[in-house]
Design a protein around this ligand. Sequence first.
Ligand SMILES: Cc1cc2nc3c(=O)[nH]c(=O)nc-3n(C[C@H](O)[C@H](O)[C@H](O)COP(=O)(O)OP(=O)(O)OC[C@H]3O[C@@H](n4cnc5c(N)ncnc54)[C@H](O)[C@@H]3O)c2cc1C
Length: 527
Amino acid sequence: MKRHAAHVVWFKKDLRITDHQPLAAAALEGSVVCLFIHEPEWWATPECDGSHRIFLSECLADLDASLRQLGVRLLQRYGNATEVLDRLAAEIDITSLWSHEETGADWTYRRDLAVQAWCREKGIPWREFRQDGVVRRLKDRNGWADRWQRTMHRSLWDSPEHLHGPALADDHLPSECGHVVSTKPWAQRGGEGVAKPTLDAFLYQRGVDYRASMSSPLEGWSSCSRISPYLSWGCLSMASTVRSLEERLATLREAALYGACVDRRWSGSLRSFASRLRWHCHFMQKLEDEPRIESENMSRACDGLREDFTDTPEAHRRLEAWKNAVTGYPMVDACMRCVQATGWLNFRMRAMLMSFASHHLWLHWRPTAVFLGRHFLDFEPGIHFSQAQMQSATTGVNAVRIYSPAKQALDQDPHGHFIKLWVPELADVPASWLAEPHRMPIDQQLAAGCRIGINYPPPIVDHATAYREARLKIAVLRREPSARQEARTVFLRHGSRKRQSARKSDEKPNLPKENWGQATFPFNFSE
Ligand SMILES: Cc1cc2nc3c(=O)[nH]c(=O)nc-3n(C[C@H](O)[C@H](O)[C@H](O)COP(=O)(O)OP(=O)(O)OC[C@H]3O[C@@H](n4cnc5c(N)ncnc54)[C@H](O)[C@@H]3O)c2cc1C
């Protein structure tokens, strides 16, 4: 019997049909198989959580429905990528393999190398296309931001009008992978069909107060865009997101031109949003350029800073209290419980959680970042590990930011609604004591039904002492010549520069001059 020949479009973290170059380009060539591989290597990663798998299955169901409307279905196979491709090659003639490039964790990099070798051995061309604004084999960061702008203004790829291809059977998933229980009742739902309305609701309604309220965990819930899991899983392409933003800006400009009353908050809010879309790729570019930062300090001068403490019983006790949201700092505990139930938290509170673990508790960023990665529905290794290191001062170049959890509670949750929502032990504590309930006099504790040490723990560490000690240790380290040299290396490698730099490599980049170690990036990425 004559074997079917087809182009295989391999979907990875690009689960959409709109603006999908590999799909659009392969469709022009003829018969296609649209393939998704359920990879056991992903399930085995410490960041993979049931909520990710549920979100993924929703994305796949949505993608399958879209593909069916075009004439084919999504083929779902299980196993190691090269084994799956081997089996597929036994069923059909694979004319070529089409996919997006992926900037992922180490296992995806090794997997892609294996697939590359497999394609070479079989003589099957693998056509990979750039996704977002991340550039492979980038020589340096000169002109990166300009290049990003150009990439975002390319033409979008229309989804194909019709697809055809052979009918193949899905794999049955092994029983241990079948039923997944969600621990996140309020997690966002997956799929391209939900992604675009989420973005539009932000651009046309929810986002008006974005700039002012993004740092509040309660208001940020609805005034932030909430598109992060859709960007992470590729339900939205970055270029189409930027296009939607520009269309919205055009409608606002037009409305203003015709004398309509336009809420002035839109302009600042949408400008802040635009910067963050660029940051998304800026952070991912760091992992693309230096994959080791997933597990090693960005500045090697920071090696040994927290490592000695990591395996002590005290470090284990602190880590468990932080994970279990019983640190005695209500804002920290509320944020941790929120993220574990919803899979989302706004930027400021993520930064505070990470900074608290690294500075107050002096824990190494790797186990805490892995734990948060498991609970963030939008887990994106390139952003996540770079941000974790930034908040832990192990990049060696960013300003050290140590948040006071009490101040964050007063600033971002002055009425205590967020804390009371997630820490019911404190439900009857008056708002004025919520930032630091351990300071409540005993009669107030009794009146509020919350005895510190019985119903809610005392602070795990003293803020002022922990703050002072962390700052001192980092300052001492950053004064070392080796730390300054590392800061310079990190900046040259990862600092985003708009224009080509005329400097020779042995000249200092244009950082504030006082002190290398204290220097901040030209852009302040923390809000
Ligand atoms: C320790 C830590 C870990 C983080 N881990 C992740 C992660 O795994 N995945 C992830 O997408 N974001 C991560 N962020 C960045 C940021 O907190 C989230 O992108 C944001 O909270 C998601 O909500 P949103 O989509 O409503 O964002 P919005 O504020 O509406 O921003 C729009 C988009 O811009 C991008 N973005 C926003 N802020 C940043 C930022 N500071 N750096 C890079 N990109 C940004 C995201 O893609 C986001 O979806 C992390 C931040 C910190 C401090």
